[in-house]
Ligand binder design. Structure first.
Ligand SMILES: Nc1ncnc2c1ncn2[C@@H]1O[C@H](COP(=O)(O)OP(=O)(O)O)[C@@H](O)[C@H]1O
Ligand SMILES: [Mg+2]
Length: 379
C-alpha cells in the first residue's frame, strides 16, 4: 500500500470517529473510550492520512481540533510525516522525537504504528489505519535540567571549602612547615571549612532521604507542642549566645500525624534561622494554634522582630541554595538548604509553610499541618 501523500487528500472524510457521525459499532465506542482515557495525545488516521480520532490531550497539544483534517495540516514536522509514510509503506512501527515550538516549546516522543486489521491488506477510507501516540517529554526534561543544576550547584558549594582546605595543607607543608603559630591558626580555619563541608553533606543527605519517602505520609501520632518545647530547650544555648530570648505560647496539645525527627528538623531550622538572621530583634515568639471546623489543622508560628525579608525574595526562599545574602549565610554556618528541607518535610506531611515578612518589622514562618486522620488514641 502506498501512502497517498498529497494535499488533494485533505478532503473531509465521510465519517470520523469524533463528531456526530460516530460509528455505532461497539469497537468504535471502545476505541473512543480508550482514547479519552489515555493520559497522552493520541491520534488515529485513516489510510489516506485523514485524522479520524484525536483525544483531548491531542487537541490541547496541537492547539487545534484536527479531526477531519489531513495529518500534514496539523503536524507539519517532516519527521512525523515521513514516519507516517514509512509506517504505511513497511507496516512497521516507528519511534521518533518531535519538537513543537508553538504555542509553547514542547518536546514529545512519537510512537507511530500501523493498526492491524486481520484478514485485510488495506484499510478502506475512513477506517483506522495508523495510530500516533505522543509522549510529552517537556516536564521530564525540566526535571532533568533541575537535577543537573542541583548537582552542579552542590558540587560548586563543596568545591569552595575543599579548595581552601587544599590551600591550607599546601601552606602547612611548605612555607609554614615550622611555624607553630601559623599552624595553630590554619588548623582552626581548616576545621571550620571541614565542618562546612560536613553540614552541606548532612543537608544533602537529609534532602535525598526525604525525597525518597516523599510519597508516604507518616502515620505515627506525635504532639507538635511537646516537640516545639523540646526544640526551644535545645536552642536555648545558641539563642543566649546571640542575645535572643525565645518565648513560647503553645496549646496543651497539638496532635499531628508525623515523623518526630523530621518535625524536630523543621522547627530547629526555623528557630535557628530566626536566631541567626534576626538576632537584632532580641526575641522570638514560638506560638501554636489548633483550628477546628472547616479550616481545621494545626499551625505553629515562629515570629521574629529582625530586619525582615524583602517581598521579592519570599517566593524563592525555599528553593535549594537560595539565600538573600550568601556571605551572611556562610558566615553563620548556613548551607542554603534549610528551608528547602523544611518544605520537603512538610510536603511529605501534607502540610505547608507560609512566610510573611515586613522590612524593619520582622518575619513570621508558619507551619500548617492537617489534623490527624484518626483521633489520638487514649493514653
Ligand atoms: N528569620 C529570618 N529573617 C531574615 N532572613 C531569613 C530568615 N530566615 C531565613 N532567612 C533568609 O533565607 C535564606 C535561606 O534560609 P535557609 O534555607 O535556612 O538557608 P541558610 O540558613 O542555610 O542560609 C537565608 O540565607 C536568609 O537569607
Ligand atoms: Mg537555615
Amino acid at each position: 500500500m502506498i501512502w497517498p501523500f498529497t494535499r488533494d487528500s485533505r478532503v473531509a472524510p465521510k465519517q470520523t470517529l469524533v463528531g456526530e457521525h460516530v460509528a455505532a459499532s461497539s469497537a468504535a465506542d471502545a476505541l473512543l473510550a480508550v482514547a479519552a482515557t489515555l493520559p497522552d495525545p493520541f491520534l488515529v488516521l485513516d489510510s489516506e492520512g485523514i485524522v479520524i480520532l484525536a483525544n483531548r490531550h491531542a487537541r490541547e497539544a496541537l492547539d487545534t481540533d484536527p479531526a477531519g483534517e489531513h495529518i500534514s495540516a496539523t503536524i507539519r514536522a517532516p519527521v512525523i510525516l515521513d514516519a507516517v509514510v514509512q509506517v504505511v509503506a513497511t507496516g512497521e512501527a516507528v519511534r521518533t522525537d518531535y519538537e513543537r515550538r508553538s504555542p509553547l516549546d514542547r518536546r514529545f516522543e512519537a510512537f507511530i504504528a500501523p493498526i492491524a486489521r486481520p484478514g485485510q491488506d488495506e484499510s478502506p477510507r475512513g477506517t483506522p489505519a495508523v495510530l500516533i501516540l505522543l509522549r510529552d517529554l517537556t516536564r521530564q526534561q525540566q526535571l532533568e535540567r533541575m537535577r543537573v543544576d542541583f548537582v552542579a550547584h552542590a558540587s560548586h558549594e563543596l568545591r569552595t571549602p575543599l579548595a581552601s582546605l587544599l590551600g591550607f595543607i599546601e601552606t602547612l607543608q611548605g612555607p609554614a612547615r615550622n611555624d607553630d603559630r601559623v599552624r595553630e591558626k590554619f588548623l582552626g580555619l581548616m576545621q571550620a571549612q571541614a565542618e562546612r563541608m560536613r553540614r552541606l553533606i548532612n543537608d544533602l543527605l537529609s534532602l535525598s532521604r526525604i525525597g525518597m519517602n516523599a510519597h508516604d505520609r507518616p502515620s505515627t501520632l506525635v504532639d507538635l507542642a511537646i516537640i516545639a518545647e523540646q526544640v526551644c530547650e535545645m536552642m536555648a544555648g545558641i539563642a543566649r549566645e546571640n542575645d535572643v530570648a525565645i518565648e513560647t505560647s503553645l496549646p496543651i496539645e497539638m496532635p499531628v500525624q508525623g515523623d518526630h525527627d523530621e518535625l524536630v528538623q523543621v522547627i530547629q531550622n526555623l528557630i535557628e534561622n530566626a536566631v541567626k538572621y534576626a538576632s537584632s530583634g532580641r526575641r522570638i515568639v514560638v506560638s501554636g494554634l489548633v483550628r477546628q471546623g472547616v479550616l481545621n489543622g494545626i499551625e505553629l508560628s515562629i515570629k521574629d522582630f529582625g530586619p525582615g525579608i524583602a517581598p521579592e525574595h519570599l517566593p524563592r526562599l525555599t528553593e535549594r541554595f537560595y539565600r538573600v545574602n550568601v556571605q551572611e549565610s556562610r558566615s553563620r554556618g548556613g548551607t542554603g538548604l534549610g528551608l528547602a528541607i523544611v518544605k520537603h518535610i512538610l510536603n511529605r506531611h501534607r502540610g505547608r509553610l507560609t512566610i510573611s515578612s515586613e522590612i524593619g518589622e520582622g518575619s513570621t514562618f508558619t507551619v500548617k499541618l492537617p489534623t490527624p486522620r484518626a483521633p489520638p488514641a487514649p493514653q
